[in-house]
Design a protein around this ligand. Structure first.
Ligand SMILES: Nc1ncnc2c1ncn2[C@@H]1O[C@H](COP(=O)(O)OP(=O)(O)OP(=O)(O)O)[C@@H](O)[C@H]1O
Length: 414
Protein backbone atom coordinates (compact mmCIF):
# COMPACT_ATOMS: atom_id res chain seq x y z
CA UNK A 1 0.00 0.00 0.00
CA UNK A 2 1.08 3.56 -0.73
CA UNK A 3 0.19 6.09 1.94
CA UNK A 4 0.63 9.85 1.75
CA UNK A 5 0.07 12.00 4.83
CA UNK A 6 0.05 15.78 4.61
CA UNK A 7 2.34 15.61 1.59
CA UNK A 8 3.49 19.06 0.50
CA UNK A 9 6.08 20.12 -2.06
CA UNK A 10 7.21 23.66 -2.75
CA UNK A 11 9.63 24.77 -5.42
CA UNK A 12 10.63 28.26 -4.33
CA UNK A 13 7.37 30.17 -4.00
CA UNK A 14 5.51 27.66 -6.20
CA UNK A 15 3.55 25.05 -4.25
CA UNK A 16 3.22 22.01 -6.50
CA UNK A 17 1.55 19.74 -3.93
CA UNK A 18 -0.26 20.87 -0.81
CA UNK A 19 -1.26 18.76 2.16
CA UNK A 20 -2.14 15.63 0.19
CA UNK A 21 -3.30 12.62 2.17
CA UNK A 22 -4.45 9.43 0.48
CA UNK A 23 -3.94 5.68 0.36
CA UNK A 24 -3.46 3.51 -2.71
CA UNK A 25 -4.56 0.01 -1.87
CA UNK A 26 -3.52 -3.35 -3.27
CA UNK A 27 -5.80 -5.40 -5.50
CA UNK A 28 -7.14 -2.44 -7.46
CA UNK A 29 -6.16 -0.07 -10.22
CA UNK A 30 -6.15 3.44 -8.77
CA UNK A 31 -6.34 6.22 -11.32
CA UNK A 32 -4.52 9.46 -10.54
CA UNK A 33 -6.21 12.37 -12.28
CA UNK A 34 -5.71 16.09 -12.39
CA UNK A 35 -5.34 18.91 -14.90
CA UNK A 36 -1.94 19.81 -16.37
CA UNK A 37 0.39 21.08 -13.69
CA UNK A 38 -1.77 19.86 -10.82
CA UNK A 39 1.08 17.97 -9.18
CA UNK A 40 0.67 14.35 -10.31
CA UNK A 41 4.25 13.82 -11.46
CA UNK A 42 5.61 15.65 -8.43
CA UNK A 43 3.57 13.34 -6.18
CA UNK A 44 4.83 10.27 -8.03
CA UNK A 45 8.42 11.48 -7.77
CA UNK A 46 8.00 11.92 -4.01
CA UNK A 47 6.53 8.41 -3.72
CA UNK A 48 9.64 7.10 -5.48
CA UNK A 49 12.05 9.13 -3.36
CA UNK A 50 13.15 11.22 -6.35
CA UNK A 51 11.99 14.43 -4.67
CA UNK A 52 11.90 15.24 -0.97
CA UNK A 53 8.61 16.48 0.47
CA UNK A 54 8.72 19.96 1.95
CA UNK A 55 6.29 18.68 4.58
CA UNK A 56 4.42 15.48 5.27
CA UNK A 57 5.50 12.04 4.17
CA UNK A 58 4.71 9.22 1.80
CA UNK A 59 5.44 5.56 2.43
CA UNK A 60 5.22 2.28 0.57
CA UNK A 61 4.42 -0.68 2.78
CA UNK A 62 5.18 1.53 5.77
CA UNK A 63 8.63 2.70 4.57
CA UNK A 64 9.73 5.81 2.72
CA UNK A 65 11.00 4.56 -0.67
CA UNK A 66 14.64 5.23 0.16
CA UNK A 67 14.40 3.07 3.28
CA UNK A 68 12.50 0.27 1.56
CA UNK A 69 14.49 -2.98 1.68
CA UNK A 70 15.29 -4.13 -1.88
CA UNK A 71 13.17 -1.35 -3.37
CA UNK A 72 13.57 -2.30 -7.08
CA UNK A 73 12.10 -5.72 -6.34
CA UNK A 74 9.17 -4.19 -4.51
CA UNK A 75 8.32 -1.14 -6.57
CA UNK A 76 8.34 -0.68 -10.34
CA UNK A 77 7.66 2.60 -12.08
CA UNK A 78 7.28 4.22 -15.45
CA UNK A 79 7.69 7.95 -15.04
CA UNK A 80 9.30 9.17 -18.22
CA UNK A 81 9.64 6.70 -21.08
CA UNK A 82 12.26 8.91 -22.73
CA UNK A 83 14.59 8.60 -19.75
CA UNK A 84 16.72 5.87 -21.36
CA UNK A 85 20.17 5.81 -22.88
CA UNK A 86 19.14 6.00 -26.53
CA UNK A 87 22.39 4.53 -27.81
CA UNK A 88 21.82 1.34 -25.90
CA UNK A 89 19.88 -1.59 -27.30
CA UNK A 90 16.55 -2.18 -25.56
CA UNK A 91 17.73 -5.48 -24.13
CA UNK A 92 20.98 -3.99 -22.86
CA UNK A 93 19.09 -1.16 -21.21
CA UNK A 94 16.97 -3.67 -19.31
CA UNK A 95 20.01 -5.83 -18.61
CA UNK A 96 21.77 -2.88 -16.92
CA UNK A 97 18.74 -2.23 -14.76
CA UNK A 98 18.47 -5.92 -13.90
CA UNK A 99 22.13 -6.19 -12.93
CA UNK A 100 21.88 -3.14 -10.67
CA UNK A 101 19.02 -4.80 -8.82
CA UNK A 102 20.29 -8.37 -8.74
CA UNK A 103 17.63 -9.57 -11.14
CA UNK A 104 18.56 -12.58 -13.31
CA UNK A 105 19.19 -11.90 -17.03
CA UNK A 106 16.50 -14.35 -18.14
CA UNK A 107 13.92 -12.05 -16.57
CA UNK A 108 14.90 -9.42 -19.16
CA UNK A 109 13.81 -11.71 -21.97
CA UNK A 110 10.60 -12.50 -20.14
CA UNK A 111 9.58 -8.85 -19.82
CA UNK A 112 10.61 -8.11 -23.41
CA UNK A 113 8.14 -10.82 -24.40
CA UNK A 114 5.44 -9.47 -22.07
CA UNK A 115 5.61 -6.01 -23.69
CA UNK A 116 5.99 -7.39 -27.22
CA UNK A 117 9.46 -5.99 -27.93
CA UNK A 118 11.28 -9.32 -28.32
CA UNK A 119 11.82 -8.78 -32.06
CA UNK A 120 13.45 -5.37 -31.62
CA UNK A 121 15.32 -6.19 -28.41
CA UNK A 122 18.69 -5.64 -30.02
CA UNK A 123 17.81 -2.32 -31.64
CA UNK A 124 18.86 0.98 -30.13
CA UNK A 125 16.01 2.63 -28.33
CA UNK A 126 16.73 6.04 -29.88
CA UNK A 127 15.09 4.69 -33.05
CA UNK A 128 11.99 3.62 -31.16
CA UNK A 129 8.59 5.18 -31.74
CA UNK A 130 6.79 6.82 -28.82
CA UNK A 131 4.72 3.68 -28.30
CA UNK A 132 7.76 1.37 -28.40
CA UNK A 133 9.44 3.63 -25.84
CA UNK A 134 6.40 3.32 -23.59
CA UNK A 135 6.53 -0.46 -23.90
CA UNK A 136 10.21 -0.43 -22.97
CA UNK A 137 9.40 1.75 -19.93
CA UNK A 138 6.67 -0.68 -18.89
CA UNK A 139 9.11 -3.58 -19.30
CA UNK A 140 11.52 -1.80 -16.94
CA UNK A 141 8.73 -1.34 -14.40
CA UNK A 142 7.85 -5.04 -14.52
CA UNK A 143 11.46 -6.23 -14.30
CA UNK A 144 11.55 -6.89 -10.55
CA UNK A 145 8.06 -8.48 -10.52
CA UNK A 146 7.11 -5.82 -7.95
CA UNK A 147 4.03 -5.69 -5.74
CA UNK A 148 3.67 -1.94 -6.21
CA UNK A 149 3.55 -0.34 -9.65
CA UNK A 150 3.38 3.33 -10.64
CA UNK A 151 2.70 4.42 -14.20
CA UNK A 152 2.71 8.05 -15.29
CA UNK A 153 0.68 8.31 -18.52
CA UNK A 154 1.44 4.73 -19.64
CA UNK A 155 -0.75 4.82 -22.77
CA UNK A 156 0.83 7.99 -24.09
CA UNK A 157 1.63 7.34 -27.77
CA UNK A 158 0.23 3.82 -27.87
CA UNK A 159 -2.01 2.67 -30.70
CA UNK A 160 -5.47 1.25 -29.91
CA UNK A 161 -4.11 -2.29 -29.65
CA UNK A 162 -1.42 -1.03 -27.28
CA UNK A 163 -3.97 0.87 -25.19
CA UNK A 164 -6.08 -2.26 -24.84
CA UNK A 165 -3.00 -4.22 -23.89
CA UNK A 166 -2.05 -1.71 -21.17
CA UNK A 167 -5.62 -1.74 -19.87
CA UNK A 168 -5.60 -5.51 -19.56
CA UNK A 169 -2.11 -5.52 -18.09
CA UNK A 170 -3.08 -3.03 -15.35
CA UNK A 171 -6.20 -5.01 -14.53
CA UNK A 172 -4.37 -8.31 -14.39
CA UNK A 173 -1.61 -6.86 -12.20
CA UNK A 174 -4.27 -5.59 -9.80
CA UNK A 175 -6.14 -8.91 -9.95
CA UNK A 176 -2.92 -10.56 -8.75
CA UNK A 177 -3.20 -8.44 -5.62
CA UNK A 178 -0.69 -5.76 -6.60
CA UNK A 179 -0.98 -2.05 -5.94
CA UNK A 180 -1.36 -0.25 -9.28
CA UNK A 181 -1.26 3.56 -9.36
CA UNK A 182 -1.68 5.07 -12.79
CA UNK A 183 -1.99 8.65 -13.99
CA UNK A 184 -3.74 9.48 -17.23
CA UNK A 185 -5.52 12.28 -19.04
CA UNK A 186 -7.56 9.81 -21.07
CA UNK A 187 -10.81 9.76 -19.17
CA UNK A 188 -12.49 7.18 -21.36
CA UNK A 189 -9.54 4.89 -20.72
CA UNK A 190 -9.56 5.54 -16.99
CA UNK A 191 -13.27 4.76 -16.88
CA UNK A 192 -12.47 1.34 -18.33
CA UNK A 193 -9.30 0.65 -16.38
CA UNK A 194 -9.51 2.14 -12.90
CA UNK A 195 -11.50 0.87 -9.93
CA UNK A 196 -10.68 3.82 -7.72
CA UNK A 197 -9.75 7.45 -8.38
CA UNK A 198 -7.62 10.02 -6.68
CA UNK A 199 -8.23 13.42 -8.22
CA UNK A 200 -6.11 16.47 -7.48
CA UNK A 201 -6.31 20.08 -8.59
CA UNK A 202 -3.65 22.72 -7.94
CA UNK A 203 -1.83 20.23 -5.75
CA UNK A 204 -4.78 19.53 -3.47
CA UNK A 205 -7.00 16.51 -3.08
CA UNK A 206 -10.35 16.92 -4.82
CA UNK A 207 -11.64 13.36 -4.63
CA UNK A 208 -10.67 9.92 -3.34
CA UNK A 209 -13.40 7.45 -4.26
CA UNK A 210 -14.49 4.68 -6.61
CA UNK A 211 -15.09 5.55 -10.27
CA UNK A 212 -18.77 4.79 -9.78
CA UNK A 213 -19.09 7.03 -6.74
CA UNK A 214 -17.11 9.77 -8.46
CA UNK A 215 -19.51 9.90 -11.39
CA UNK A 216 -22.51 9.72 -9.08
CA UNK A 217 -21.16 12.48 -6.83
CA UNK A 218 -20.22 14.83 -9.63
CA UNK A 219 -22.97 14.39 -12.12
CA UNK A 220 -26.55 13.41 -12.35
CA UNK A 221 -28.50 11.34 -14.77
CA UNK A 222 -30.30 13.31 -17.43
CA UNK A 223 -32.90 12.72 -20.08
CA UNK A 224 -32.58 13.41 -23.77
CA UNK A 225 -35.82 14.53 -25.31
CA UNK A 226 -36.37 15.02 -29.00
CA UNK A 227 -39.41 16.49 -30.63
CA UNK A 228 -40.11 16.31 -34.39
CA UNK A 229 -37.33 18.16 -36.25
CA UNK A 230 -39.90 19.49 -38.67
CA UNK A 231 -41.78 21.45 -36.00
CA UNK A 232 -39.35 23.58 -34.00
CA UNK A 233 -42.19 25.35 -32.23
CA UNK A 234 -43.00 22.06 -30.45
CA UNK A 235 -39.54 21.98 -29.01
CA UNK A 236 -39.88 25.54 -27.71
CA UNK A 237 -43.28 24.73 -26.25
CA UNK A 238 -42.04 21.61 -24.47
CA UNK A 239 -38.87 23.32 -23.22
CA UNK A 240 -40.99 26.05 -21.65
CA UNK A 241 -43.33 23.55 -20.01
CA UNK A 242 -40.45 21.46 -18.65
CA UNK A 243 -38.71 24.54 -17.22
CA UNK A 244 -41.98 25.63 -15.63
CA UNK A 245 -42.28 22.20 -13.99
CA UNK A 246 -38.86 22.67 -12.38
CA UNK A 247 -36.73 20.92 -14.97
CA UNK A 248 -33.47 22.34 -16.23
CA UNK A 249 -33.45 22.28 -19.96
CA UNK A 250 -30.56 22.87 -22.29
CA UNK A 251 -30.33 22.36 -26.04
CA UNK A 252 -28.15 19.58 -27.39
CA UNK A 253 -26.18 19.99 -30.57
CA UNK A 254 -28.44 17.77 -32.65
CA UNK A 255 -31.57 19.69 -31.67
CA UNK A 256 -32.60 17.46 -28.78
CA UNK A 257 -33.11 18.79 -25.25
CA UNK A 258 -31.09 17.72 -22.24
CA UNK A 259 -33.29 17.69 -19.17
CA UNK A 260 -32.24 17.29 -15.55
CA UNK A 261 -34.34 17.48 -12.43
CA UNK A 262 -37.39 15.65 -13.79
CA UNK A 263 -37.94 11.89 -13.93
CA UNK A 264 -38.67 10.37 -17.33
CA UNK A 265 -42.35 9.54 -16.64
CA UNK A 266 -42.94 13.17 -15.59
CA UNK A 267 -41.33 14.43 -18.80
CA UNK A 268 -43.55 12.06 -20.75
CA UNK A 269 -46.66 13.32 -18.91
CA UNK A 270 -45.71 16.96 -19.50
CA UNK A 271 -45.21 16.28 -23.19
CA UNK A 272 -48.60 14.59 -23.32
CA UNK A 273 -50.30 17.43 -21.43
CA UNK A 274 -48.78 20.05 -23.73
CA UNK A 275 -49.72 18.03 -26.79
CA UNK A 276 -46.15 17.61 -27.99
CA UNK A 277 -45.16 14.45 -29.82
CA UNK A 278 -41.79 12.93 -28.91
CA UNK A 279 -39.29 11.28 -31.20
CA UNK A 280 -36.99 10.37 -28.35
CA UNK A 281 -37.08 10.16 -24.57
CA UNK A 282 -34.05 8.35 -23.20
CA UNK A 283 -32.18 8.14 -19.88
CA UNK A 284 -28.45 8.96 -19.80
CA UNK A 285 -25.64 8.94 -17.29
CA UNK A 286 -22.82 11.45 -17.52
CA UNK A 287 -19.45 10.01 -18.48
CA UNK A 288 -16.36 10.04 -16.29
CA UNK A 289 -14.99 12.76 -18.56
CA UNK A 290 -17.99 14.99 -17.96
CA UNK A 291 -17.91 14.37 -14.22
CA UNK A 292 -14.17 15.07 -14.17
CA UNK A 293 -14.55 18.28 -16.17
CA UNK A 294 -17.17 19.48 -13.76
CA UNK A 295 -15.07 18.71 -10.73
CA UNK A 296 -11.82 20.18 -11.98
CA UNK A 297 -13.12 23.22 -13.83
CA UNK A 298 -12.16 25.45 -10.90
CA UNK A 299 -8.66 24.00 -10.73
CA UNK A 300 -7.49 24.31 -14.31
CA UNK A 301 -4.35 26.44 -14.66
CA UNK A 302 -3.99 26.51 -18.42
CA UNK A 303 -6.90 27.52 -20.61
CA UNK A 304 -6.90 28.36 -24.25
CA UNK A 305 -8.70 31.32 -25.76
CA UNK A 306 -10.60 31.25 -29.02
CA UNK A 307 -8.21 31.78 -31.91
CA UNK A 308 -9.31 35.08 -33.47
CA UNK A 309 -6.78 34.60 -36.32
CA UNK A 310 -6.02 38.32 -36.27
CA UNK A 311 -5.74 39.59 -39.81
CA UNK A 312 -5.51 36.09 -41.21
CA UNK A 313 -9.14 35.37 -41.99
CA UNK A 314 -11.38 36.71 -44.70
CA UNK A 315 -14.37 38.42 -43.10
CA UNK A 316 -17.65 36.63 -43.75
CA UNK A 317 -19.52 38.12 -46.70
CA UNK A 318 -22.62 40.09 -45.71
CA UNK A 319 -25.47 37.75 -44.82
CA UNK A 320 -23.22 34.66 -44.58
CA UNK A 321 -23.45 32.55 -41.47
CA UNK A 322 -20.57 31.03 -39.51
CA UNK A 323 -20.23 27.26 -40.04
CA UNK A 324 -22.44 25.06 -37.91
CA UNK A 325 -20.92 22.60 -35.46
CA UNK A 326 -20.45 19.14 -36.95
CA UNK A 327 -22.96 16.65 -35.52
CA UNK A 328 -21.48 13.62 -33.87
CA UNK A 329 -18.25 15.35 -32.82
CA UNK A 330 -19.37 16.01 -29.31
CA UNK A 331 -20.29 19.36 -27.96
CA UNK A 332 -17.59 21.35 -26.24
CA UNK A 333 -19.06 23.22 -23.37
CA UNK A 334 -21.25 20.31 -22.32
CA UNK A 335 -20.29 19.03 -18.98
CA UNK A 336 -22.11 16.87 -16.56
CA UNK A 337 -25.09 18.44 -14.88
CA UNK A 338 -24.47 19.20 -11.22
CA UNK A 339 -25.15 16.40 -8.76
CA UNK A 340 -28.48 16.33 -6.97
CA UNK A 341 -28.48 18.52 -3.91
CA UNK A 342 -29.08 17.01 -0.45
CA UNK A 343 -32.66 16.03 0.16
CA UNK A 344 -33.30 15.31 -3.50
CA UNK A 345 -33.95 18.94 -4.31
CA UNK A 346 -33.83 19.85 -7.95
CA UNK A 347 -30.55 21.29 -9.12
CA UNK A 348 -29.83 24.96 -9.05
CA UNK A 349 -30.83 25.92 -12.54
CA UNK A 350 -28.03 27.22 -14.70
CA UNK A 351 -28.71 30.35 -16.72
CA UNK A 352 -29.56 29.16 -20.18
CA UNK A 353 -31.91 29.55 -23.04
CA UNK A 354 -34.53 27.55 -21.16
CA UNK A 355 -33.21 27.44 -17.61
CA UNK A 356 -34.24 29.54 -14.69
CA UNK A 357 -31.58 31.88 -13.30
CA UNK A 358 -29.21 30.39 -10.77
CA UNK A 359 -25.76 29.04 -10.40
CA UNK A 360 -24.67 25.42 -10.64
CA UNK A 361 -23.13 23.86 -7.56
CA UNK A 362 -19.44 24.52 -7.22
CA UNK A 363 -17.08 21.62 -7.77
CA UNK A 364 -16.23 20.05 -4.39
CA UNK A 365 -12.93 21.33 -3.19
CA UNK A 366 -12.73 23.98 -5.88
CA UNK A 367 -13.34 26.66 -3.29
CA UNK A 368 -10.98 25.23 -0.70
CA UNK A 369 -8.28 27.81 -0.22
CA UNK A 370 -4.74 26.81 -0.93
CA UNK A 371 -2.61 29.49 0.62
CA UNK A 372 0.11 28.72 -1.87
CA UNK A 373 -1.91 28.30 -5.02
CA UNK A 374 -1.32 30.82 -7.73
CA UNK A 375 -4.14 32.53 -9.53
CA UNK A 376 -5.10 30.93 -12.83
CA UNK A 377 -4.15 33.24 -15.68
CA UNK A 378 -7.13 35.23 -16.88
CA UNK A 379 -8.18 34.72 -20.45
CA UNK A 380 -7.71 37.96 -22.34
CA UNK A 381 -10.95 39.75 -23.04
CA UNK A 382 -11.83 39.74 -26.67
CA UNK A 383 -14.92 40.77 -28.55
CA UNK A 384 -17.40 37.88 -28.89
CA UNK A 385 -17.83 36.38 -32.34
CA UNK A 386 -20.95 37.40 -34.24
CA UNK A 387 -23.94 35.52 -32.82
CA UNK A 388 -25.66 33.10 -35.19
CA UNK A 389 -29.10 34.34 -36.12
CA UNK A 390 -31.14 31.35 -34.90
CA UNK A 391 -31.69 31.90 -31.15
CA UNK A 392 -32.78 28.33 -30.40
CA UNK A 393 -29.42 26.88 -31.51
CA UNK A 394 -26.53 26.44 -29.07
CA UNK A 395 -23.54 28.69 -29.72
CA UNK A 396 -21.23 27.47 -32.46
CA UNK A 397 -18.66 25.30 -30.76
CA UNK A 398 -14.90 25.44 -31.17
CA UNK A 399 -13.52 22.63 -33.33
CA UNK A 400 -11.87 20.25 -30.88
CA UNK A 401 -14.30 18.45 -28.54
CA UNK A 402 -11.84 18.52 -25.68
CA UNK A 403 -10.59 22.05 -26.34
CA UNK A 404 -10.43 23.80 -22.99
CA UNK A 405 -11.49 26.97 -24.82
CA UNK A 406 -15.02 26.07 -23.86
CA UNK A 407 -14.02 26.25 -20.22
CA UNK A 408 -13.62 29.96 -20.63
CA UNK A 409 -17.32 30.24 -21.31
CA UNK A 410 -19.48 31.57 -18.54
CA UNK A 411 -21.10 29.10 -16.19
CA UNK A 412 -24.37 29.16 -18.01
CA UNK A 413 -22.81 27.64 -21.08
CA UNK A 414 -22.01 24.40 -19.31
N1 LIG B 1 11.54 20.91 -10.52
C1 LIG B 1 10.59 21.85 -10.51
N2 LIG B 1 10.90 23.14 -10.28
C2 LIG B 1 9.94 24.09 -10.25
N3 LIG B 1 8.63 23.85 -10.46
C3 LIG B 1 8.27 22.59 -10.70
C4 LIG B 1 9.22 21.52 -10.74
N4 LIG B 1 8.55 20.38 -11.00
C5 LIG B 1 7.25 20.71 -11.13
N5 LIG B 1 7.08 22.04 -10.93
C6 LIG B 1 5.82 22.76 -10.97
O1 LIG B 1 4.92 22.10 -10.12
C7 LIG B 1 3.62 22.06 -10.68
C8 LIG B 1 3.14 20.65 -10.78
O2 LIG B 1 3.86 20.00 -11.81
P1 LIG B 1 3.66 18.46 -12.16
O3 LIG B 1 4.61 18.13 -13.27
O4 LIG B 1 3.77 17.66 -10.92
O5 LIG B 1 2.16 18.45 -12.68
P2 LIG B 1 1.38 17.29 -13.45
O6 LIG B 1 0.04 17.19 -12.80
O7 LIG B 1 2.21 16.06 -13.52
O8 LIG B 1 1.22 17.95 -14.89
P3 LIG B 1 0.99 17.25 -16.33
O9 LIG B 1 -0.37 16.62 -16.29
O10 LIG B 1 1.05 18.41 -17.26
O11 LIG B 1 2.09 16.26 -16.52
C9 LIG B 1 3.72 22.78 -12.03
O12 LIG B 1 3.31 24.11 -11.86
C10 LIG B 1 5.17 22.71 -12.36
O13 LIG B 1 5.58 23.81 -13.13
Amino acid sequence: MIEAVGLTKRYGDKTAVYNLSFQVRPGAVTGFLGPNGSGKSTTMRMILGLDNPTAGQVTIGGYPYRKLPNAPRQVGALLDAKAVHGGRAARNHLLCLAQLSGIPARRVDEVLGVVGLQDVARQRSKGFSLGMGQRLGIAAALLGDPQVLLFDEPVNGLDPEGILWVRNLMKSLAAEGRTVFVSSHLMSEMALTADHLIVIGRGQLLADMSVKDFIAANSAGFARVRTPDTEPQLREKLAGALAEAGGHVLPEQDGALRVTGLPLPRISDIAHDTDVRLWELSPHQASLEEAYMRMTQGAVDYRSTIDQKAGLQQPLPPGAQPPMPVPGQGQPGWYAPPPPQPGGQPFAAPQGPYGAPGAPAAAPGADAPNPYAQQAPQAPQSPPPAAPPAPAQPPAAPAAPSAPASLTKPEDAR
